[in-house]
Design a protein around this ligand. Structure first.
Ligand code: PAF
Length: 277
């Protein structure tokens, strides 16, 4: 496996590969990332993984410097998974002096994470546009845990006529239901025990829908009750949206509505979601 840190070097390496499945990451890999890599391996000639903590998708309130990093460990894991190349540029390689271009997104990017983290999706869209242009993969793989990010990326490739096929894989979960996230490593022992309440709150909403409850405000309150019973009161949002638009629509939830949560446990902000079949 090759580790490349410059655009020129990764372009050279990519040119020698056939169809490429691309897994963009910010590193500190977990089983969720590795399951994307395995799927990408099964569906393409070769896999390229990027490891880049993208500074422009972090808001000022978030501490970019405490985002967990473990490049050596990540590279060893990816080697075991049969990845062809890892692209791990430094910040100046992707955003050199003089870089001025910015993106502005509306629609599916406007609500939820778009409101809570202004500029976040513009940063994600910028880095992915650059990475897609540099690597030119056939397919790019994302986890459903970041459901709104998946919708934003699908919209992005459509809007800029990118030929990259966007594949969304199911959320990888720990045995107790907690969705895989690099941020989980920063939870205190006590918060780690409480964190599966997000999954339980989503399951509760889904069970209520299956039992015939379709009122949005009742379902949103039901999710909040599960979180609050676990002492999780710093709730950024607990919402049910139309998965096409990522906006709420009236009091009766639409078919295939999506429930989404963002909750702070100490310094760690976790998100999760579940379709309400
Ligand atoms: O989901 C992530 O880890 C990041 O948002 C991504 C897609 C790698 C872009 O920096």
């Amino acid at each position: 496996m090759e580790l490349r840190t410059t655009i020129q070097a990764i372009r050279q390496a990519r040119a020698a590969l056939g169809t490429v499945g691309f897994v963009p990451t910010m590193g500190f890999l977990h089983e969720g990332h590795l399951s994307l890599v395995r799927q990408a391996r099964a569906e393409n000639d070769a896999v390229i993984v990027s490891i880049f903590v993208n500074p422009i998708q972090f808001g000022s309130a978030e501490d970019l410097s405490t985002y967990p990093r473990a490049l050596e460990r990540d590279v060893a894991l990816l080697q075991q998974e049969g990845v062809a190349c890892v692209f791990a540029p430094d910040v100046a390689e992707l955003y050199p002096e003089g870089f001025v271009t910015q993106m502005s997104l509306g629609g599916v990017a406007a609500a939820l994470e778009g409101t809570s983290r202004p500029g976040h999706f513009a940063g994600v869209a910028m880095v992915l546009t650059k990475l897609f242009n540099i690597i030119q993969p056939q397919r790019a793989y994302f986890g459903q845990k970041d459901a709104q990010q998946c919708a934003v990326v699908r919209r992005l490739v459509e809007d800029v006529n990118s030929p990259v096929e966007i594949i969304t894989a199911p959320t990888w979960r720990e045995a107790d239901g907690l969705a895989g996230s690099s941020r989980n490593s920063r939870l205190t022992e006590e918060d780690r025990k409480r964190a599966p309440a997000l999954y339980r709150a989503l399951c509760h909403a889904r069970d209520c829908v299956r039992a015939g409850e379709h009122r949005r405000t009742v379902l949103e309150a039901a999710m909040r009750s599960v979180l609050e019973a676990e002492g999780l009161t710093d709730i950024d949002y607990a919402m049910i949206v139309n998965p096409e638009t990522f906006h709420t629509e009236g009091e009766i939830i639409p078919p295939h509505a999506l429930a989404l949560l963002a909750v702070r446990l100490g310094a760690v902000r976790l998100i999760d979601n579940m379709p309400l079949l």
